[in-house]
Design a protein around this ligand. Sequence first.
Ligand code: SF4
Length: 552
Amino acid sequence: MMPGSYITEEDRRAATTVTTSGSGHKFEIQLGHLCNNRCVFCSSGQLTAMKIARAVPLEPIVEALEAARAAGAWHLTFLGGEPTTHKRFLDALGKAVELGFQHIVIFTNGVMFPHPGFIDSVLALGRFEWRVSIQGATDEAHVATTGRPESFRRILHGLGELQRHGQLVTANMCVNERSYRSLPEYPALLRRYGVRQLHVDIVRPESTGERDQEYLREIMPRYSDMAPYYDEMLARFDEWNPDFDVNVGNLPYCILPKWGSRIHHGGQETVTKSADAVGLEDAMNKYEWHGSLRTYLPGCDECVFRPRCTGIFRVYLQLHGEDEFRPISREALVALDPERRNFVVLVEPRLGPLRAALGADESPPGWRTEREISEDRRRRVEIVFAHRDGARAHFVLLAPGRGRAPVITCDAYDVDVEVDPGVPTDAFAELLSWFHGRLAAGSDGTPAPALAPHAIEQAVHGPMLLRSRQRVTLLAKRVEAHFALPGWRVEPLRWPTEASAVLPVRGSAEACVEVRFTIGARGKRSTVGVEFRAADPTGDGGVKAVMEALVE
Ligand code: SF4
């Protein structure tokens, strides 16, 4: 059968009614498919042009919101089409606020941004996350994707306004033939407007509407042609701010193995295993419908990414063939990724005996395993133990050299430990020794992990450093919320090391004031040191005013 995509009955239903989906505390509501843009990868514009999409009434929207809230949802996302052009959008938003949703996301293409009074009307209702579809990082790429000449300028106008109002802004894009060459420009664009997160996804053939093979081939370039542009974008984000939250959705890992920790499939980048859940498998089952449109190749079973990869779109394989997809062995990944970005994947073999013991419910007397959290993007695995008195000990495994004050080190990982106050020292010492023993059993011919000489004392200081870190983060948030000096902007807080942070405040012509924090512990108290570093090439005195405003 020739590859192509079709408007399904489900699409037709969604185009004329309210559709919802939810998981746990999260709830999404789609206000039909009506949209003013004609994005090349999306069915909404086509359904609108074909006059299949219709405006949906307010009543079912309100009913769905009430039902979701009654079921305990508190995180809400408004989707479309374009939700902000719905005639009763402000009523629906107001209702959501009234019902008590705590985090509300407005997913928008920005068409309403320049509309007089629109942003002010929304802000009058509360504080929201604005998730903006920036479909290219340049005017040319964005407009080529949306088919609307003014669309990029509208977005820039809106981003400027939202920044001026101190709003939380995140961004989304679906990379395609018309936009992929602009990927490396995203870091500078998002930095300029203080955007906090970027999700870059690939074209999903089944979401494009009614399209034939030639159309799909034209908008879906070969992944390996796009790879150098992804690579450059991710390198620039890393250079600017390694903690910036950029993630790549659904690209097969073997296309960009070095950046595997930035890729996630099926909407899940953090995996939590607790006593009553099975982690990744459960998370992926939610996306089974999606998985049925994808497939694996015979070599995939050999690939180190196989457990987290949902495969390749069947339609893509029909268009471009199989040549690009080569399974990645663990040894190859070690060579490709000297910076251990794929730490969570690479550390797995060393954790075998520890995981076996945890799976068998073994732990020293008085302790039980509470949960394990693997975070690809943050390159860490955390295992939490609870003492029978209720206090906890957190063991965090990080790539070598990334531990804050590691109590265990080896060539494959550092281990930081944080212990709640009140844990008996001898009980913690026993747990630490047990944990170290399980890790040593996984060293398998490599040098055994070493315990730091003052490991127990270090672990006890951990919580104080954490408190210092929280104080710095809070302080930075306050500065971001209240600092308002024309021509200057506050950039995101960075942590160059575990014990030091930098909050840059930037003006024009390279003028900059950096607030530098140093955290530590003295006795049983957490400490935070602060100093200012200023650069003022123009010498126009602006820097002094910034420092005065910051001190206030
Ligand atoms: S499992 Fe297959 S498709 Fe997925 S990353 Fe590995 S080789 Fe590529």
